[in-house]
Design a protein around this ligand. Structure first.
Ligand SMILES: NC(=O)c1ccc[n+]([C@@H]2O[C@H](COP(=O)([O-])OP(=O)(O)OC[C@H]3O[C@@H](n4cnc5c(N)ncnc54)[C@H](OP(=O)(O)O)[C@@H]3O)[C@@H](O)[C@H]2O)c1
Length: 320
């Protein structure tokens, strides 16, 4: 007897599933981040497992074409691959803010090396495009402190990457002055990028993630967001604020299967110091951008059912 049937299922975890269908069966994926994907099941009889990769969760509907179906095998859809205990970075779609230099660039490169599709943003367009071409990322110039630019950034990434499920909220600047010398302009500039900018990108990303049923946000904070020192009025206060925002967003977004994580690098050898008016000695015993990239990749790789809320990274034994 030809079998005809339809149904639906929601598969939350893992990176794929197997479908055993009678010949002629068709599987249609809905709400797949790669839209419009339709998979015809080949084979003539019996079970014919088909593996489909997707960014979880996947809401799929299935239907059999009765005119082509033969045999009496009942339709069976079996979710598998939950045995995978890590998030598969090769299927991740990622936006890295401040991806043209330092920690952002190293993180984008590492994730691309692991097979992820990555978009990077930054303000200096020439530099951003050069780095993106070098590492194989999509370049989307944007200033995170400008709301309209952030909206356009997210729209572009969703369109050109076919959606994304990871935000590395990294763009940031520093400036250091004692309270007696701190200007209103310094406070405004730091807070507009490190706090307002991070919030705007997180908000737009979270809207996309909520609509898609899940995602990951990694806020790059700092040990300055745990303990402030002299000269930190603008910078340390902005990182304390981002640490607080991380907690609010985590409390709000967990129920949407969105993991909000925080990484606190200690001093890292990048251009950050020079750009914030200080000098930094190139010292191999201090943290390198790749160390933070590795930390972020490791946090992401934990199974979707679990997440590391916060990680602090120090140099083991810095010589200066
Ligand atoms: N280096 C450290 O010791 C250290 C320690 C702890 C935490 N952090 C944090 O780590 C993050 C990255 O720092 P880093 O050391 O990698 O700095 P970096 O080498 O100076 O790189 C900063 C990146 O952010 C981008 N950026 C800055 N302002 C932006 C804006 N308004 N919109 C979009 N992109 C912007 C920069 O590109 P454009 O200038 O072209 O926009 C660049 O790509 C920052 O949040 C920083 O606070 C750094």
């Amino acid at each position: 007897m030809p079998f005809t049937g339809e149904g639906e299922a929601l598969w939350q975890y893992g990176s794929g599933w197997l479908a055993a269908l009678p010949a002629g069966g068709m599987i249609r994926c809905e709400r797949q981040q790669v839209p419009g994907r339709e998979v015809a099941v080949p084979g003539s009889a019996g079970s014919n497992p088909v593996r489909i990769n997707f960014i979880p969760p996947l809401h799929l509907s299935f239907a059999l074409d009765a005119s082509r179906a033969t045999g009496s095998t009942l339709l069976s859809l079996t979710a598998t691959s939950t045995t995978s205990t890590i998030m598969d970075l090769s299927k991740a779609h990622v936006l890295v803010t401040g991806g043209s230099a330092g920690i952002g660039r190293a993180t984008a490169k590492l994730l691309i090396d692991r097979g992820a599709q990555v978009a990077v943003c930054g303000r200096n367009e020439a530099r951003l495009r050069a780095v993106a071409e070098e590492i194989g990322a999509l370049a989307v110039p944007a200033d995170v402190s400008q709301e309209s630019e952030v909206e356009r950034l997210v729209e572009t990434v969703v369109r050109d990457l076919g959606g994304y499920d990871v935000l590395i909220n990294n763009a940031g600047i520093g400036t250091f002055a004692t309270l007696l010398e701190t200007t209103a302009e310094q406070m405004r500039q730091i807070w507009e990028i490190n706090v307002l900018g991070a919030t705007l990108v997180a908000r737009e990303s979270a809207r996309h993630f909520v609509a898609n049923g899940g995602g990951n946000i990694v806020n790059v904070v700092s040990t300055s967001g745990q303990r402030a020192g002299a000269g930190g009025s603008a910078y340390a206060s902005s990182k304390f604020a981002l640490a607080g925002l991380t907690q609010s967003w985590r409390a709000e977004l967990r129920k949407h299967d969105i993991r909000v994580m925080q990484v606190n690098p200690s001093e890292v050898i990048t251009e950050f110091f020079e750009r914030s008016g200080r000098t930094q000695k190139d010292d191999p015993t201090k943290l390198q951008a790749e160390d933070i990239a590795h930390t972020i990749a490791s946090m992401l790789e934990l199974d979707d059912r679990a997440f590391i809320t916060e990680t602090t990274v120090w140099a083991t034994n810095p010589s200066s």
